[in-house]
Design a protein around this ligand. Sequence first.
Ligand code: NDP
Length: 374
Amino acid sequence: MKSRRIFLQKAGLSALALNISTFNPISAMPNFLDSKKMDEKPLRVAIMGLGSYGTRVAEAIQETKRTKLVGVISGTPSKVEAWKTKYGIPAKNCYNYENFDAIKDNPDIDAVYVITPNGLHKDQVIRVAKAGKHAICEKPMAVNAADGQAMVDACKAAGVHLLIGYRMHFEANTLEVIRMRKAGEFGTPLFFQGLSGFIIGDPSQWRLQKSLSGGGAMMDIGIYSINGARYMLGEDPIWVTAQETKNNPEKFKEGIDETIQFQMGFPSGAVASCLSTYSMNNLDRFFLNGTKGWAEMQPSTGYGPINGKTNQGPLDKPHTTHQAVQMDEMAAIIFDGKKPEVPVNGEEGVKDMKIIDAIFKAVKTGEKVSLKLA
Ligand code: NDP
């Protein structure tokens, strides 16, 4: 990584100069502009971080009705070349981590989707905001609530949207359970169980380095149970308790949680019991129980299809690519002021960060930690 940084520092300004001097507006015209008919003005997006999830989002954008991939921000020149060819991205819309503040002078980019390691989100989103572009940021939005709040404040000051990549907030079966709960079809919801985990591989990856990840399984996968508890129950927690188990301290170093079970209490009296782990597979399950009915989903947050049933029968909304639906809905939020059923704004992200801060505190102290999220 050090050599990569040095390369980037050296490449920084000259790469920008090269991009400008070699740009040919006709040859650089994206191919898909012709092949894809947009009824409305598209949200023109640059992706920052061309890794595994960035690649998935780029593919999904090709399916959308209202968004276009028009730019990239990357520290890997070979990826930039490949993406330019694959997606018809003009050289003038390609940046690296050193020069991307210049995006402020690029009228052809509306929004930047930050899909880099968690520990980089705060500074990158703040720079995007200062460049006057809308920021879409992956979960977890930051590595603690204070950083998340700084991102919200920066976007507010710049007058741009900050949206968090909570793709489940737009998933049809998830929304159906939320509709049923709101309609009272489960009676009074009293219990939620969320199980989120997988066995993580390569011990050298950024997800296991505190400075880049901010934590272990909780930041990465446990956040799905936290966020899920909130949208399934329709409330924000007022306390948490949590217990950590670390069986492999070699792999899961100080500050990197392996397995945490945690409990949350809600104003109505409902409770949630959840598991977050990097040491077990096949954990992607939500269960909601009310006085009159129940819903269970497994898988509940994977890329889909989401499977599940309620006491009334199977959940049968058709599968659509989560990231494509998310991007079109985000275009509607930005352009039309649409209010999604479950928010995806920065404030929503900060709530999850406050809960994670409280869970880490509860693990450390062994005490019940009170929360005020409003
Ligand atoms: P990857 O490691 O696959 O990709 C991260 C990319 O970030 C890299 O490829 C690199 O792109 C860029 N990067 C910049 N600086 C660094 C650095 N110091 N170390 C490593 N990479 C760096 O990660 P993912 O794509 O899986 O995850 C990225 C983000 O997306 C995370 O916040 C994660 O939580 C989130 N995510 C969300 C999912 C969802 O379903 N919503 C699913 C998976 C991940 P480049 O070479 O172009 O600079």
